[in-house]
Design a protein around this ligand. Structure first.
Ligand code: ADP
Length: 406
């Protein structure tokens, strides 16, 4: 079969738009001839430029797939409405402008399309440009290829949700399994503690009391208690998993890592997450995964507290700052019910939970992690909700007297 260029354009399963950017190229060249040396800066300082030059830009053709993607039956109505359907998108346009100035032969980006039939479609686009420095006429027919990535985004979101669940519930179910297998081990010393306590009471109530036997029973109680504490400790360190591998970490990266994992659940529970981290914070020394777990657990608790209390306005604010040159303090504040004063000191105890299906291990694990890092974890509560904070030591500076800033 003899397929011509035009046929290939029409039947391509990939959406293709043919666009005339020669007028835009002229405007860009003029700006540079007029003395613009830092073009990126020029674009930042002149947002109007995008809207001025869009009148020089024209869509010449669209293939069948592109029309389907944009929700159009026929090419003519699309070409008539293309300015409305594909309005200037500063982020995407800037990619093309910058590529023109640099003389790149390829540029690509992501944007969202609002289709005629009301869909919002995220796309990835890519275009080949003439090798620079090119005559504006060479930009007269640029082909833009677009791929609908809605499905990819959906899969990504599902993956993130699964990850978030894994990182919290997954770990708890691991603890659950472990707890089940250790129940026997723990119940042995508990039974023996109870029977030694009963024996001690009996020896005490003798006339005269047999204090030697009481002392022996108490000693046995102590031994059994220590045994139980060791078992619980084993369980907690297992729940924490992994060795401590510390490295200098940017506080904003630690927060961003964690937010990626909770934002899906937060979104599901109609909770907004705002992050406010000043630039130039020093790096902290920490184990990336474990710090992420701490923030995820605390933020997850905030989501659950607001959901449990049916709080009408659900917001989480995550901030980080330096108190002194030695530590960075992270704070996760919520607009939930808060924590009653009498519980503030107990929430870090292992197995303390006010949730019907809570294991009560999250915060106790967080506390151990933070303390193993040489930091501190604490809670505060007020009329606005609860806030949990932890501080971590600043990473030592390598070959410089300044704090490490990444
Ligand atoms: P769990 O989540 O299994 O209950 P945690 O150790 O993570 O275990 O939390 C212990 C308890 O601390 C929770 O049951 C809850 O009572 C309290 N808590 C933690 N975070 C918050 C919060 N943001 N607002 C209100 N209560 C909280």
């Amino acid at each position: 079969m003899d397929l011509r260029h035009a046929d290939l354009f029409e039947i391509s399963p990939i959406s293709i738009l043919c666009e005339d950017w020669s007028g835009v190229k002229r405007a860009v060249d003029e700006a540079i001839a007029g003395g613009v040396t830092d073009f990126d800066r020029f674009l930042d300082d002149n947002p109007q430029f995008f809207f001025d030059v869009r009148w020089f830009h024209r869509i010449l053709d669209a293939n069948r797939s592109a029309l389907d993607l944009l929700g159009f039956q026929d090419k003519e109505s699309f070409l008539r409405e293309s300015r409305v359907r594909l309005p200037a998108n500063p982020a995407s346009n800037a990619q093309v402008f910058k590529a023109m100035v640099r003389g790149d032969t390829v540029c690509q980006g992501e944007r969202v399309l609002h289709t005629k039939d009301g869909r919002v479609v995220p796309i990835l686009w890519r275009a080949s440009l003439p090798p620079g420095p090119a005559d504006p006429e060479a930009y007269g027919r640029l082909y833009f290829f677009a791929v609908d990535v809605s499905e990819l985004k959906r899969v990504q979101e599902a993956l993130m949700a699964a990850q978030a669940n894994l990182s919290h519930a997954g770990r708890l179910s691991l603890v659950g399994e472990l707890a089940a297998s250790l129940t026997h081990e723990v119940s042995q010393p508990l039974v023996s503690i109870a029977s030694h306590a009963a024996a001690a009471t009996r020896w005490l109530s003798r006339q005269p009391p047999n204090l030697e036997e009481v002392a022996t029973s108490l000693q046995r109680i102590t031994t059994s208690t220590q045994h139980t504490v060791r078992i619980v400790g084993k369980m907690r360190s297992f729940a924490r998993r992994g060795e401590l591998v510390t490295e200098p970490l940017k506080p904003q990266d630690c927060i961003a890592d964690a937010v990626t994992l909770v934002e899906h659940e937060a979104y599901r529970q109609k909770t907004s997450i705002a992050v406010d981290v000043p630039p130039q914070l020093p790096a902290i020394l920490g184990d990336r995964t474990q710090i992420q777990q701490v923030i995820v657990n605390i933020a997850y608790n905030a989501v659950q507290a607001m959901q449990g209390a049916k709080s009408p306005d659900r917001r989480i604010a995550i901030t980080a700052g330096v108190d002194d040159a030695e530590a960075v303090t992270f704070t996760v504040a919520d607009t939930g019910p808060g924590i009653p004063d009498e519980l503030l000191s107990r929430i870090f105890d292992p197995f303390f939970s006010t949730k019907p299906d809570g294991m009560g291990l999250g915060l106790s694990i967080c506390k151990t992690i933070v303390e193993e890092h040489g930091g501190r974890l604490w809670a505060a509560s007020g009329p606005q909700g609860a806030s949990l904070s932890f501080s971590l030591p600043v990473a030592p500076v390598v070959a410089s007297a300044q704090p490490a800033v990444l």
